[in-house]
Design a protein around this ligand. Structure first.
Ligand SMILES: Nc1ncnc2c1ncn2[C@@H]1O[C@H](COP(=O)(O)OP(=O)(O)OP(=O)(O)O)[C@@H](O)[C@H]1O
Ligand SMILES: [Mg+2]
Length: 129
């Protein structure tokens, strides 16, 4: 995987970027990886992820993003995941996303995103515009 220097204004974070890049390389090799980035408010989590995502994008990885919504004391469960998945449905279309999924998962994804993900081997119904 090619690496680029981070933005000139980014101070440090070489170790954290390397860890994220290593996880991406393993994911690109077919091994799903999850990395949890945690820290105090303002410590630089979003900046780190932004720098990493920009580089991954330049290297050809598909980067999807979602965020948490604060609604009073409660949040919306799975909001970051559904936002990211909706972006993917917008980019690839429902059939395209369904084609990436194991058989039988399209219905679950459609429920999570409230978007129909037709099985690629089935004719798609016309979507309302
Ligand atoms: N390594 C860094 N080098 C230079 N600037 C940084 C670095 N990390 C963070 N910053 C800057 O510090 C500010 C706060 O960083 P950031 O928004 O990433 O924090 P955060 O951890 O995501 O905060 P929050 O928990 O509130 O979401 C931003 O202006 C960001 O650009
Ligand atoms: Mg942040």
């Amino acid at each position: 995987m090619a690496t680029h220097d981070p933005s000139p204004g980014l101070v440090g974070r070489a170790d954290e970027l390397s860890a994220l890049q290593a996880a991406l390389a393993r994911a690109a090799g077919g091994e799903p990886r999850t990395v949890l980035v945690g820290g105090e408010a303002g410590i630089g989590k979003s900046r780190l992820i932004g720098e990493f995502a920009a580089e991954a994008n330049r290297d050809g990885a598909r980067v999807l993003a979602g965020g948490c919504l604060e609604l009073g004391a409660d949040g919306l469960p799975f909001a970051p995941f559904t936002a990211a998945l909706r972006e993917l449905v917008r980019d690839l279309g429902a059939g395209g996303v369904a084609g990436l999924l194991p058989s039988g998962s399209a219905r679950e994804l459609a429920r999570a995103t409230r978007r129909p993900c037709a099985r690629p081997d089935r004719p798609r119904r016309a979507q309302p515009t």
